[in-house]
Design a protein around this ligand. Structure first.
Ligand code: AP5
Length: 221
């Protein structure tokens, strides 16, 4: 692993990427970038990107490659050379993976580890229908497996919890189909580069985290 590593966290909608990413970023001193969060902020602020992205996101489709690649290119150009990076939700197509490879190459970096969290589809549908998210810090909760102490309120900062517009059953089913068709094959790109680590995400969050941290440490040593 490079001194300033580039780490990807991949997997289907609801696999637990956001749940794991915060602690992973903190423990390994990585700058955390989630394209879904960036796009939702753009939608909330009604920027030109947000206006273009909203319809795709609400339907559970991918936002066009050129928009998302431009977003990541801008971020990468501002990244200090000594900063580690954790990307959540990017790349999601082969075109995005190739563009990321080129961007990192220009910066003298490469993907050090691509962590692919896998969970059966029927578990994902149940997880997403029970998900509530903090409107401020984005911490995910779940009415079934991880309820907040006080209904509708974030344990960490006391802000209000909300449900995402694309967590409706119809949008979730489309997101899973889009994932299977366009994003799952991206794992092969990283398998070929010998940086892919696949984890079983269908176990309690603490166990997933423990396997995730072990995979990171074994790459660091
Ligand atoms: P994005 O925000 O990235 O959504 P996603 O990939 O669909 O993933 P989620 O955030 O839904 O799930 P997660 O894996 O983070 O799960 P979480 O930890 O919350 O993208 C949204 C949209 O933006 C896309 O559909 C697309 O339109 C657009 N977009 C984003 N990036 C793009 C790109 N690169 N290109 C084009 N378009 C892009 O957990 C889910 C629930 O399960 C929570 O309730 C949690 O508490 C619970 N949970 C988590 N882990 C466990 C566990 N181990 N056991 C039990 N419950 C658990």
């Amino acid at each position: 692993m490079q001194a300033a590593p580039t780490v990807l966290i991949m997997g289907p909608p609801g696999a637990g990427k956001g749940t794991q990413a915060g602690q992973l970023a903190e423990a390994f001193k990585l700058r955390y970038v989630a394209t879904g969060d960036l796009l939702r902020t753009a939608v909330a602020n009604a920027t030109s990107l947000g206006v273009e992205a909203k319809g795709f996101m609400d339907a559970g489709d991918l936002v066009p490659d050129e928009l998302v690649i431009a977003l990541i290119r801008e971020l990468a150009s501002q990244l200090p050379s000594d900063a580690g990076l954790l990307l959540d939700g990017f790349p999601r197509t082969r075109e995005q993976a190739v563009a990321l490879n080129d961007m990192l190459h220009e910066l003298g970096r490469r993907v050090d580890i691509a962590i692919d969290i896998q969970v059966p589809s029927e578990v994902l549908v149940e997880r997403l229908s029970g998900r509530w998210i903090c409107s401020s810090c984005q911490t995910p909760y779940n009415v079934n497996s991880k309820p907040p102490v006080k209904d509708g309120v974030c344990d960490r900062d006391g802000c209000e919890l909300y449900q995402r517009d694309d967590d409706t059953e119809q949008a979730v089913r489309n997101r899973l189909a889009v994932y299977a068709q366009q994003t799952k094959p991206v794992a092969n790109y990283y398998l070929d580069q010998k940086v892919l680590v696949t984890l079983d995400g269908n176990q309690p969050p603490d166990q997933v985290r423990s396997h995730l941290f072990s995979a990171m440490r074994s790459r660091s040593s």
